[in-house]
Design a protein around this ligand. Structure first.
Ligand code: ATP
Ligand code: MG
Length: 293
């Protein structure tokens, strides 16, 4: 009887071709097999991922991922839960170093310099790549002190310079108008969406080259999400942005390029519109039309 019910499931319209195909493809998928669209070849990459693998103990979370991240563009990482998006994002600024038993193979290059090399100053590396997390994490201090935190830590004491950094960063994060009269009030009194923009302001205050964002809007309402998306759009050009999102409409709205990951592998990577409208791989089509994942 179990066999019959399995057949019923497999025979459901729309799934019968895709389920087996995606699993087969996964079995077959070799290191060179990711569909990387040719438009990416014309780009100047700020980050280059070269056959990068990552293991949590014995469990392999990334399998020989190779991709470039174009400078000044917004790149989205999408894919089903557990496929390795956050792991890859954290690998860019070596946040995975903080987790026990993590081992890597291959390398990632920032402007041609290897990120995984013995002599890399990880603190310096993280200054060059700001990170914004899913849950906003303002420090329990004033709005002003949150923004200038890193700059102060780096030794800047001049009030005028700090004020200038705060204003520039808050304007950059589209928060200035809302907070300019309460800069010395607690950051904790801001709304969720404002707190997330404050975290973006704090990240850009350090003048990073790359902004890494892990589901920055998942805790926000549609209006706050709209503001953060607009911000991502406006920061493009000045910064390179890599954004992990579960929301495919968001990827379509904010990003120039989209990479689909599945089970720790890069499946397809190309201009966002092409990935959504004219994907090269069947797994991508199945995912973007909501048929698996
Ligand atoms: N700290 C950790 N220790 C052990 N395994 C981990 C750790 N973090 C992630 N993993 C495993 O690595 C794999 C990839 O996880 P990751 O968090 O990168 O996925 P994700 O694509 O970001 O998923 P989600 O969409 O749910 O956030 C998963 O199998 C996960 O269980
Ligand atoms: Mg994640």
């Amino acid at each position: 009887m179990i066999g019959v019910s399995e057949q019923v499931v497999i025979a459901r319209p729309g799934t019968e071709l895709l389920r087996p195909a995606s699993w087969d493809a996964h079995e077959r998928l070799g290191d060179e097999d990711a569909a990387i669209h040719e438009e990416l070849e014309a780009e100047q990459n700020i980050l280059s991922v070269d056959r990068f693998s990552l293991f949590y103990g014995k469990q392999q979370a990334l399998h020989e991922v190779s991709m470039g991240v174009p400078a000044g563009k917004v790149t989205s990482l999408i894919g089903p839960s557990g496929c390795g998006k956050s792991t890859l994002l954290r690998s860019f600024n070596r946040l995975n170093d903080l987790i026990d038993n993590v081992r890597t193979e291959g390398n990632i290059y920032l402007s041609g310099q290897p990120i995984y090399a013995r002599n890399v100053d990880v603190i310096e590396l993280r200054k060059r790549m700001g990170m914004v997390f899913q849950k906003s994490n303002p420090f329990p201090m004033s709005i002003f002190e949150n923004v200038v935190y890193g700059v102060r830590l780096a030794g800047e004491r001049h009030r005028g310079v700090l004020a200038e950094v705060a204003e520039r960063s808050l304007r950059g994060a589209a928060l200035w108008e809302e907070v300019k009269d309460r800069l010395h009030g607690s950051a904790m009194s801001l709304s969720g969406g404002q707190q997330q923009r404050l975290c973006i302001a704090r990240a850009i205050a350090a003048d990073p080259e790359v902004l890494l964002m892990d589901e920055p809007c998942s805790a926000l309402d549609p209006i706050a999400t709209g503001k953060v998306e607009e911000l991502i759009h406006n920061l493009r050009g000045e910064y390179t942005i890599v954004v992990v999102t579960h929301n495919m409409q968001q990827a379509a709205r904010v990003s120039d390029y989209t990479a689909l990951m599945y089970l720790g592998r890069l499946i397809e990577y190309g201009p966002t519109k092409a990935v959504f409208v004219n994907p090269h791989r069947r797994e991508t089509e199945a995912y973007v039309t909501g048929r698996f994942g």
